[in-house]
Design a binder for this molecule. Sequence first.
Ligand SMILES: Cc1ncc(COP(=O)(O)O)c(C=O)c1O
Length: 399
Amino acid sequence: MDISNRIRGFQASPIRRLSPYARAAKERGIKVYHLNIGQPDIKSPVEAIKAIHNYPNEIIAYGESDGDMELRKALVKYYHDNVGVDISVDDVLITTGGSEAILFSLMTLCDPGDEVIVPEPYYTNVHSFARMANVSIVSVTSLLEDNFALPPLKTIEEKITSKTRAILLNSPNNPTGHIYSPKELETILKMCEDHDIFLIVDEVYREFCYDGLSFTSILKYEQYAERVICIDSVSKRFSMCGARVGALISRNRNVIRETLKLSQARLCSPTVEQHASLAAFSAPPEYLESVKAEYEKRRNFIVKSLHSIPGVKCARPNGAFYLIARLPVEDAEDFAIFMLRDFDYKGETVMLAPAEGFYESKDLGRDQVRIAYVLNTDDLAKACTCLKEGLKAYNSRSN
Ligand SMILES: Cc1ncc(COP(=O)(O)O)c(C=O)c1O
């Protein structure tokens, strides 16, 4: 008996695949600071937690495939009030996390063998979604030295072939923290129009823009509305990652109508969690303001701390809650394993995500890690001390 060749082509998540080492470290009594995963320690809105405790129905029944109507209406209001965009409930499909919205977009836009252009490094699970949809990712490389700005448009345009169906952007970006400027977005949209392809923009971190930067949603460009899909989620906005509630938003009715077939096949997104998400949208504006301020404080802290470690380099992210750091090691995965398996500083260590798996091109990111600054500044300080001491120990060991 054999299993599929298809599954062999999938990669184990670089964010999670070192977890057995972390588990073993914890079993040895070592405290592990998790900088590997974007699981915020911020509380979800109290409104959402109360809604779960007070769930009014006696049956946890299937919901509508396109999502709870009240939640879709709440999203329409949120887009009007917070994003400055008018959409209608008919433009919204509730999905099981932003993850499903990405997968559904690829399934709807592409045939097997088609190509989607993605700037790398990119959110690593997209690799698996593309595999599920039998789509090839064609990467364009953005560089730490350029603060991960989009490469020149000519470089992107050169990658467009007769098989290209879409460009997929993520802004603010995981793993780089980069926010694409309105000018960059407009130029990309124009290029998509010239080549008659779609633009998918994953905006799940749109609330988290720092240094006074404002965010421009791709949905603002009404002229291009037909070729745009926007990916949304409550996971990061409301610290509700486990709720598994997201949305696919497009004013292209054909896209919505056809994607609904996929929604129907998976029946519905979680009903109790949609109820909780609806309540989360009623949280006062101070909730999001304070969460953003907290992440900005952490960003300032981690960038400063990393720069104080000899040999460590990172760009200054201005959004989301991740950054890519170059370490003074040859193989960041080997170092990340060392930190969990062979090292502790006063009974503590840190778990990092090797960045190689965030690149499509071979041999890029080997000396880089992705850091999620989702811990409070006290814990970040301890994690950075572990990293500094760990690098010293690792490099003296291999010399
Ligand atoms: C850029 C990006 N898009 C989508 C997702 C998936 O989000 P969700 O939890 O809504 O599926 C993540 C999760 O980390 C992400 O970083």
